[in-house]
Design a protein around this ligand. Structure first.
Ligand code: UD1
Ligand code: MG
Length: 459
């Protein structure tokens, strides 16, 4: 099979690591190079959390008139998709396998016997690439045309169809294992969700793309959350590989073979996680390269293109790697942000166009939670929701001193909640605190996946 590491030396994995390095260097260089062209074509955005033109020009002369190039995710996505395409020969031919009889078959590219060609695996790979490209197009169209929610929500659902078909062809699992304490109620331990499981996986693609896009608005937040999720997925994949290591410590050599994947007994499992790594490593490179320009003070904005393509990359590996439930565990901050946002997304509480935090008084270096203001007293259901969320500490309400009606509430996002709980802080610090939350989320995810699973499930 194509994505095994031949002889467990994983030459393809090393090639992928090399591609990741190319991704990093190309993104780092192309973003500042092509940024001005984007601004020229009016693909630019105003940094809403910077105070004045002088401040911006000190940051970079590129930022004339407060604007930074927007939709830079297009460059990231293009580099990523190009590299994944260039990687195909490394995966599906013997290009990396030492030639026993060099010259006999001509170029190594031709050395794949036609009857042995792994069509099935190639279709998995190509359908994943198709999904990524659809997400990139959708993101870019959203950047240019600001598509309405009701139109853009179903597109990732449709884009995931080829992938779901491939999952079906691979006899993908549609079962969920019930925790021990629920088994007594249902009488059996495994439930086959059938078509519902496919619905869940296609919803996953919509969730992953949009959840990154709505946890946005401060410098570096989109790229850093994508980076931490990609690193967590890659780390989880590494746990399944039979890795060899040796460590030199003051002349003593410790060595061994770490065989977690093999211990779990399945070569298929190792291959799935290898494939997931091939998708994650270049993404990590792209995110680091982009963060170099998107970090506070940002000289480039990711736009919806970045959020959509990165989100889709996660959904894709979750589906083709058959670990969609573990994947969701790495989205704990995004799930919280989505659930908290629901009242605003579904119109129960008014939703302004931008919900990102706001600048404070002119002498303050900090940013503050942004608010939704009520000209008229809010309706009963809005009052109930906001009072409940304020009781939990997720939003802060301002009430009329006499009548006690709600005058304003901080917008329902994770960023504003962090500011409500921890107090005003600088934009850079808020990004760092959110990154810490994302890392903590991943640690909890690993704890649940590998620690707590034993309490709820057998073996
Ligand atoms: C989503 C959020 C919106 C948030 C916005 C920020 C929902 C429903 N929508 O909208 O609340 O305000 O993302 O991206 O939650 N910008 C900055 N600094 C940054 C990044 C972006 O000021 O570090 C501003 C720029 O003006 C940029 C704009 O945000 O042009 C991009 O907004 P856009 O991605 O179009 O917003 P949405 O994704 O629609
Ligand atoms: Mg956006």
């Amino acid at each position: 099979l194509p994505w095994t590491g031949h002889d467990l030396g994983f030459p393809t994995l090393y090639a992928s690591a090399g591609f990741s390095l190319i991704a990093l260097v190309s993104t780092m260089n192309l973003v500042p190079l092509l940024g001005p062209t984007f601004v020229e074509r009016n693909l630019k955005g105003r940094d809403r959390l910077k105070r004045n033109q002088l401040e911006m020009c000190l940051i970079s002369p590129l930022l004339f008139l407060f604007s930074a190039p927007e939709s830079m995710g297009l460059i990231c996505a293009s580099i990523y998709a190009l590299l994944l395409t260039l990687f195909i020969p490394f995966l599906f031919t013997d290009i990396l396998r030492p030639q026993e009889n060099p010259g006999a078959l001509g170029s190594p590219l031709l050395s794949v016997a036609r009857e042995q060609f792994p069509h099935q695996q190639l279709s998995v790979y190509l359908s994943a690439l198709l999904c990524l490209l659809s997400a990139t197009i959708l993101g870019f169209l959203d950047d240019v045309f600001d598509i309405r929610w009701r139109y853009k929500l179903p597109i990732p659902l449709i884009a995931s169809i080829p992938l779901l078909l491939v999952y079906h062809a691979e006899h993908g699992n549609t079962h969920i294992v019930l925790p021990k304490f629920i088994r007594n109620v249902f009488g059996h331990s495994v439930v086959d969700l059938g078509p519902l499981y496919y619905l869940y996986m296609s919803l996953l693609s919509t969730f992953c793309t949009n959840s990154i896009n709505i946890l946005a608005g401060i410098n570096g937040i989109e790229a850093s959350q994508a980076l931490i999720i990609a690193l967590s997925i890659a780390l989880n994949d590494l746990l399944y590989l039979p890795l060899q290591f040796s460590l030199d410590f003051y002349g003593f050599t410790f060595g061994g073979v770490y065989r977690a994947g093999m211990a779990l007994g399945s070569r298929e499992l190792v291959e799935r996680h290898l494939l997931s790594l091939y998708f994650m490593l270049p993404l990590i490179g792209v995110c680091i390269g982009f963060l170099r320009h998107n970090w506070y003070p940002a000289r480039a904005f990711p736009g919806d293109t970045f959020c959509y393509f990165a989100g889709m990359a996660f959904a894709v590996v979750g589906i083709i790697g058959h670990f969609s439930k573990t994947l969701l565990l790495f989205f704990i901050p995004q799930i919280f942000n989505f659930l908290l946002s629901c009242p605003q997304l579904f119109g129960l509480v008014p939703c302004p166009r931008h919900r990102m935090p706001r600048l404070g008084p002119s002498n303050s270096p900090f940013i503050y939670p942004s608010t939704v203001d009520f000209e008229h007293p809010p309706r009963l259901h809005t009052r109930l929701i906001l009072s409940f969320l304020s009781l939990l500490g997720f939003t802060r309400l301002t009430r009329h001193p006499k009548t006690k009606t709600i005058l304003s509430a901080t917008n329902l996002t994770l960023l504003n909640t962090v500011l409500v709980v921890r107090g005003p802080m600088s934009e850079e610090r808020l990004t760092l605190e959110c990154m810490a939350l994302q890392v903590a989320g991943s640690m909890i995810a690993f704890g649940i996946r590998y620690g707590l699973a034993g309490i709820f499930y057998d073996g």
